[in-house]
Design a binder for this molecule. Sequence first.
Ligand code: AOF
Ligand code: ZN
Length: 391
Amino acid sequence: MTFNESASDVDAQWMAQAIAAAARGGRAVRPNPRVGCVLVRDETVVGVGFHAAVGGPHAEAVALRAAADAARGATAYVTLEPCAHHGRTPPCADALIGAGVVRVVCAVLDPNPVAAGGLARLAAAGIEVCVGVGAAKAHRLIEDFVVGALQKRAYVQLKLAATLDGYTAASDGSSRWITGPLARQRVHAMRAFADAVVVGSGTVLADNPRLDVRGADAMRSEDLGSLRVVLDRRLRTPTDAAVCDVAIAPTRVYTCAMQSGVADPGFAQRAAALAQAGVDVIALDAAHGDDAAFLLAVMRDLFARGQFAVLCEGGATLAAALLRAGLVDRLELMMAPKLLGGGRPLLHGLGIEAIDGAVNLHIDDVSLVGDDVHFSARIARTLASTPDLER
Ligand code: AOF
Ligand code: ZN
């Protein structure tokens, strides 16, 4: 198998088209990956496909169907290694072989051990294969899938907003509209793409957010927004909190019936009141007294119930706890062109004392949104299954 050896700038351009096709897949593909495929023969595109919904045909199958006989002799550009397994659909590696494709260029290897092995199968059939072209961009589209496939937990995007000097609120607590309307619009788009929006109970108590997607007026009753999730170990969320208005969107509260092994006498009554208000209360037995274990249990439970990717919107205590637990996959940081010189910090309780302990980020994107700056960064860690190469 060659590793980028025979790839060229031309390959990078076709792969960019396959990546653009993959990006057309939306929420409906989860927990499966967003994948795109472009078939090229004689420098002409003869078929394009992308994975549109879980259970539906894979990107390669869609592109092969579009190309029909023109696939013979073509090169396939696929953003993910073609599968070698009989899953919900037959193996794409076999379909590519059967269609007479002569070369397969893919961006990243499949981290899913059940489906992997397609490149080896293609190579064994005499097809020229190549991996690593466009790897960084293609990997970005499947970050949620990789976390789900390897860790069976929800993928976590952490959204934070602060002044340029890193404060989320002034010392009197006032924080409304640190960032401008365009940045807020972008956050609404992120909420809409997530399967759930997650906050800590401190944020519910301090800011009373609604966490809706567009505003209740625009929402029809059958068109509820993303699930809202409150992490509330002590069950402090009041039933009259805006987030408990389940006419806007459904709400789930994760809690713990016991605190450090001690039963809380008012717990059952508060849980019953929330349930009465239509809130789904889930008490996890796991991990009394241990933030990291509680948060991991929450992320696993979310995944098991179909919330494969979540947007965490704070506050500072939950954000730090998630980072400490190694449960943040991507940071979305909105910074407003304002200075406060003091106030509430972005993170509370990260527990790092020396620069060596800093959380390292890899910034993929920086963009101006109105007057604000949006940084999108992944938490730097080794991507085991991904060649760290992009052409
Ligand atoms: C996709 N779409 O375009 C490609 C995938 O659930 P199944 O049976 O459809 O198989 C999903 C696995 O197939 C997935 O985990 C990934 O490893 C591989 N490739 N999956 O959903 C696609 N090419
Ligand atoms: Zn496949």
